[in-house]
Design a protein around this ligand. Structure first.
Ligand code: HEC
Length: 379
């Protein structure tokens, strides 16, 4: 504890660690705070295209990028697994943080500023992705960088707030997007759709608070500023949340398979978007369940289900996540029925990914990868 406090105060980051928090076996806040501190140094530049390319900032940005690169390798995957369970998303996001930081360093060197900035924003999205798996973990509401003052879109602000675990601030920023009158007709609806989906992610998965989620949806449904085209999805989300509240009150949560069947039916009947809330709820439950899985078979089953769930949630930014779970499923329980099922999904995802108007062309490296997975699955 003393050592942790020393490190943190050295960096002038005030940590939200209680003694109880720091003695848990998977305590990761010291490493998290350092990486967060490195990201923070970059934020004022990354979110300002002018500052980012000013020659006088060149050396400083390069050194901040190098520091982030160095400390991104200290993110302790083993401790994170001890804390969060054997969830393959941990390795995936940590790897992405390292890859994107490397990418930013290279692009910055060749003055490809746009790409370098996008890479660091992607790092922030990885933080968002892990912090919104479930409600597990501490709240952190005292970062000494005033995100609210940054001149950036509110949805990007919210992502930064969530990346630093400031969920209440994130929701406030997102709410401001929703009540804002349209400025440019073409652009606005999509920003609002993104805002409301991010808000649902925070309320449902992190705060586990269907009541407030429902309350906000009801409020937004009545606003003139809410784009008409999301109203019908929102009415399905409200129904899902009401059902959830009834189940909670009766202490009668349906089994995960039943929940999956309900969600699938809703997606088939009314479209993926209608089932967004339903799938968010399931994803949070499955992420939480992983830490309680007793054996490889059980985990492989859960990975398969998470693959299915993320196929629906994909366009909230989780594009590559279904493959992460299907591949993990094959590796977890090799040469088994569930591995075969997961392989079929991998094959389909990859084939679709390489199919265009001119047909399907799968690169050789990808074909080899598929063949390895096929053998592992037991075909
Ligand atoms: C693989 C999952 C994962 C990733 C990736 C991740 N975090 Fe975390 N982070 C956590 C968990 C879990 C906690 C809370 C630990 C606990 O329960 O105390 C945490 C805590 C934090 C805290 C609070 C620390 C404290 O001292 O209280 C901050 C700040 C933070 N993370 C920032 C970041 C930033 C910035 C990034 C991206 C560069 C990031 N995290 C990436 C899982 C992750």
């Amino acid at each position: 504890m003393k050592r942790v406090v020393a490190i943190l105060s050295m960096l002038s980051v005030v940590a939200a660690c209680s003694t109880q928090e720091s003695t848990k076996p998977g305590y990761v806040n010291a490493e998290m705070s350092i990486v967060a501190h490195k990201v923070k140094k970059l934020i004022p530049y990354v979110f300002s295209p002018e500052e980012f390319k000013k020659p006088e900032n060149d050396d400083l940005i390069k050194s901040h990028l190098r520091e982030l690169d160095r400390f991104s390798h200290t993110l302790p995957e083993d401790k994170l697994e001890a804390l969060l369970g054997k969830d393959p998303i941990i390795h995936h996001v940590v790897q992405n943080i390292q890859r994107d930081t490397q990418g930013a360093i290279q692009s910055f060197k060749y003055k490809n500023y746009k790409y370098a900035r996008a890479s660091i924003k992607n790092v922030v999205f990885q933080c968002f992705q892990c912090h919104t798996r479930t409600g597990q973990g501490v709240k952190y509401d005292h970062w000494d960088l005033d995100i609210g003052q940054l001149k950036i879109p509110a949805t990007e602000k919210a992502e930064l707030f969530i990346a630093t675990r400031q969920f209440d601030e994130a929701n406030k920023a997102l709410e401001r997007v929703m009540v804002k009158a349209p400025e440019t007709y073409n652009q606005q609806p999509f920003e609002k759709e993104e805002a409301i989906k991010k808000m649902m992610i925070a309320y449902i998965r992190v705060q586990n608070d269907p009541k407030t989620a429902l309350n906000r949806l009801e409020y937004f449904s009545d606003l003139k500023t809410t784009p008409k085209y999301i109203l019908s999805s929102m009415s399905h989300w409200k129904k899902s949340l009401k059902k959830w509240l009834v189940e909670d009150a009766a202490k009668n949560q349906s089994g995960i398979d039943q929940q999956m069947a309900t969600a699938k039916k809703l997606a088939n009947d009314s479209g993926y978007d209608a089932a967004f809330v339903e799938y968010l709820r399931i994803s949070s439950r499955l992420h939480g369940d992983i830490s309680r899985s007793k054996n490889a078979e059980e985990r492989a089953e859960k990975y398969f289900k998470l693959g299915q769930v993320y196929e629906v949630l994909k366009d909230a930014g989780f594009w590559d996540v279904p493959l992460v779970y299907y591949e993990a499923c094959i590796k977890e329980k090799q040469k088994s029925a569930i591995a075969k099922k997961c392989f079929k999904e991998v094959e389909q995802e990859i084939t679709l990914g390489f199919t265009g108007s001119a047909g399907t062309f799968i690169p050789a490296a990808e074909k080899n990868h598929l063949n390895r997975l096929r053998a592992m699955a037991g075909y």
